[in-house]
Each structure stands twice: as C-alpha cells, then as structure tokens.
Design a protein around this ligand. Structure first.
Ligand code: EPU
Length: 420
C-alpha cells in the first residue's frame, strides 16, 4: 500500500458550527464540511427546525434563519447522534425555551446529560423531565427573558458541555465562566470563528473560558473553514504504520496529533511531518514489529479516546506487553471481543486492556456499535489473512466519508457490499 490520502474537515467541529448557526442574525457560509451521515442528520435537523440549509458546491454550505424557528427537536432524528444536544443551548438562549430528547450516538457508555441540565438551571432556566417512550424528554425554559451568565464548573471536561455553555453564554446577560473546560482544537476553531462574528470569548483552549453576553452574531462576510479531522488523520496514520510501504496523510495538522505521533515514535514507527502532512515509510512493508507501550485516554492534549480502538489494534502488532486504559467512557472496549476472535491476545479488566503482541490476525465477520471501533475493524480486516466482512457500515459512514473509495485509492482491497 502506498500513495497520498487526504483528510477531510473535522466531524466534531462541523457539527457544532452548524448548531451555532441558530445564534446568527444572517446567513453563514461554511467550507470543508465532511459529507458524512452525522452531518446529513444535523442538516436535516436544522431544516426541520426551520433553518434554511443549502449545499453550495462541494463541501460548502450556507445556513440562514427561516421565518419561524421551532424550539422542539424532533425526537427520532435527534436520537440518532449525540451532537444533536449542542442545539439545545443556542435554541434556549435565543428563544427562551427548548425541548430535546436524550441523545443517541455511539454505544460507548452511559453518556449522561447531567452537566447540561445543571448548567442550564444555574443559568436561570427551569427544567421539566418526562418519560417519552423508551427515551427521556427535557423541556427547558428561561425564567427571565434571557439566560443569566454564571459560573459553571464541569465535573469532567466534557466536549459537548463546554461547547453548549460557550454557545449559551453568547446571548446570555452578563458573564458566563466555564471551569474545567475541555480544550479540544475543534472548540478553539469554533470559538475563533464566533469571536470574529462578534462573540466575546476569552480563554478558549485553557481550562477556564469566559463569555460576555451580547446580541445575536453577524457573519460579517466571513467564511468558516473546518479544520482537518485529527481523528481521521490519526486513523490513516495508524493504517500507514501497520501496513503501508509509503503513505502520506495530507491536509492534516500534525500539531493536533502530538499525543499519537509521540507514542508511534516511541514504538519505532518511521515517519516525517510537514506543515500539513505526515509521511509513514516502512522499508520492509511494516514487517518489523514495533515496541509495545502503555497509554491512557485523556482530554486534549492527551491521547484521544477516539483513537483508543485503533491504538489497541496497533498494539496487537507490536512486540511485548502493552496496556490501554480507557478513562473517558465506561464501555468503549466492547470491540475487543471481535479482535480476540481474530486471534489477538488481549485481556480486559474493567476499563483496561492488556495486549500481548505480535499476533497474526485471521479474517472474520465484524460488526461495530461505535464508529471509531468500526474503523479499527476495517484496519484489522486489512491486516488479517483472508477476507473479512464488516457489517453495519452506517456507523462508519457517520464519521468517515466514502472510506472504501479513499482506501482503495492507496491500494487497499476493499469493496462496499450492498445488502438486498
Ligand atoms: N459526562 C457526564 N455528564 C454530562 C456530559 C458528559 O458525566 O452531562 C461525562 C461523559 O460520560 C464522559 C466525559 O464526561 O465520561 C467526557 O465526555 P464528553 O462529554 O466530552 O463526550 P461528548 O461531548 O459526548 C465528544 C465527541 C466524542 C468524543 C468525546 C471525547 C462529539 C459530538 N462527540 O463527545 O466523539 O469521543 O467528546 O473526546 O463532539 C466520535 O467522534 O466518535 C465521538 C464519540
């Protein structure tokens, strides 16, 4: 396998900037939006609420407020993906009320919404919770005309809760302070754009963020360009390390990937980086086992949970004993059962995996409940002997655009099978 593989815009930034469109007076223009299923669902959701979303050429979109905006998120659609919850803050702060449902997404743990509810209450909202079929419905209303700025301490640095309170603080009265905030580059990118459009946000990229409330935002003729998806880039870099002769991952930002690149360098992977590319060269076609290591997942700039399954797979091909400690989500090691069926030697104790490598993997049938584990299955299938079938590709399509076409271009033998 060899060649160049370009990285698309970041799912977890594009979804949030689409949600932020609710805070604008006028039309916003977005570029480098990945054409993935979660983005399609977010655009459908905005459309159902009364926003006008238009695709303007490849990967470019405009979003403008329609004449009337609904404040209840449609249940079925919003339950399809976690990021739907990021619409709650903007709708509540602009229109004084929002109804949403417990969000869906990858099955990787409990993924509660208590930070959101407690934060909205602290900002002066009233919350009513009721059962809705198998789900839970939340009706939130502001008591005063606007949400009130306040101090919110997040018990864990949650990404979507940090984004929610940045977005909620923009139209609130006074100052909102988020403590123990998440510091992911996608949050910095979103905030920089919103600041350029009139928001008053300080401290983003640090654990304390301050937002001064003001009027609705104006696009000022600016275009938002989505930053490269560091998780997609990381997935392709791990693929390159595992089995490429010479693979260059382009259109990425190596500075956002330091946690991954430092462990790969420690393991002995041979790569070079430039301003926006990473080139992995395996003179022997990656037949030399790498050195095993231990990692634990953390918020940025630590090792991302979204690359945890992929790095576990990498450790099955490394020499010695490695360990992976998942500290963010309670059930994000489910996929390991399938890697074991393929021949991997992995022992799991609660949220830790102990991997002994290297082991040759055998092809099998795979099915993932989580998008990142789905990508790990594709990579496992690539390095395994024989032909594997990966089912439930919708889960992979949620976050990776046309993965089979892009992998085929660099020499992977992969086909999408359409079931009848
Ligand atoms: N948490 C709570 N209560 C809350 C919110 C979060 O206890 O109200 C806990 C979570 O259970 C977890 C921790 O806080 O233990 C951190 O989770 P976080 O809230 O940061 O996760 P998220 O915002 O739901 C986003 C990404 C995930 C990514 C995580 C961690 C989006 C839409 N999703 O989720 O991305 O894994 O941050 O970086 O931004 C993916 O892209 O495949 C994906 C799952």
């Amino acid at each position: 396998m060899a060649g160049h593989i370009p990285v698309n815009g970041a799912k977890n930034a594009a979804l949030k900037v689409l949600a932020a469109s609710i805070l604008f007076k006028d039309e916003i223009a977005l570029e480098n939006i990945p054409l993935i299923e979660d983005i399609k669902r977010m655009c459908e959701l905005l459309g159902e609420l009364g926003m006008e979303v238009k695709e303007k050429g490849r990967r470019s979109f405009t979003v403008r407020p329609g004449a009337k905006i609904a404040t209840e998120l449609p249940a079925e659609l919003s339950q399809k993906f976690r990021a739907s919850i990021v619409l709650a803050g903007p709708i509540l702060s602009r229109y004084g009320t929002v109804t949403f449902f417990f969000p869906g997404g990858c099955l990787i743990g409990k993924r509660p919404v208590d930070f959101f509810i407690e934060g909205f209450e602290k900002m002066g909202a009233r919350v009513r919770v009721s059962a809705h079929g198998d789900s839970v419905k939340y009706l939130i209303e502001t008591k005063a005309r606007r949400l009130m700025g306040t101090e919110i301490f997040l018990r864990a640095p949650s990404v979507t809760a940090t984004e929610t309170f940045i977005l909620s603080g923009i139209l609130a009265s006074g100052e909102t302070v988020i403590k123990n905030a998440a510091m992911e580059p996608e949050i910095v990118s979103l905030s920089n754009y919103l600041s350029a459009c009139g928001a008053k946000i300080r401290g983003v990229g640090t654990p304390t963020i301050r937002i001064k409330g003001g009027p609705c935002l104006e696009s000022r003729g600016l275009k938002y360009r989505t930053l490269p998806d560091r998780i997609e880039a990381g997935s392709f870099i791990i693929l390159g390390a595992l089995c490429a002769r010479d693979l260059t991952v382009t259109d990425c930002n190596p500075l956002d990937l330091e946690a991954l690149l430092s462990v790969l360098s420690h393991a002995g992977v041979n790569f070079k980086t430039g301003k926006d590319w990473v080139r992995i060269i395996n003179k022997n076609g990656a037949k030399i086992p790498f050195k095993a290591f231990n990692i634990k997942t953390q918020g940025y700039p630590g090792f991302p949970t979204d690359l945890q399954a992929l790095i576990t797979l990498f450790l099955t091909q490394s020499r010695g004993d490695g360990a992976v400690f998942e500290t963010i989500f309670e059930s994000r090691l489910e996929y390991i059962k399938s890697l074991r069926e393929m021949g991997a030697k992995i022992r799991v104790t609660e949220n830790q995996a102990f991997i002994r490598g290297p082991t040759a993997l055998r092809a099998t049938n795979l099915e993932s409940r989580d998008l990142r584990a789905g990508m790990a299955f594709i990579l496992a299938a690539i390095i395994a002997k024989g032909t594997s079938l990966v089912h439930n590709v919708y889960n992979i399509d949620r976050g990776y655009e046309k993965v089979e076409e892009r992998l085929a271009k660099v020499g992977v033998d992969i086909q999408r099978c359409v079931s009848s």
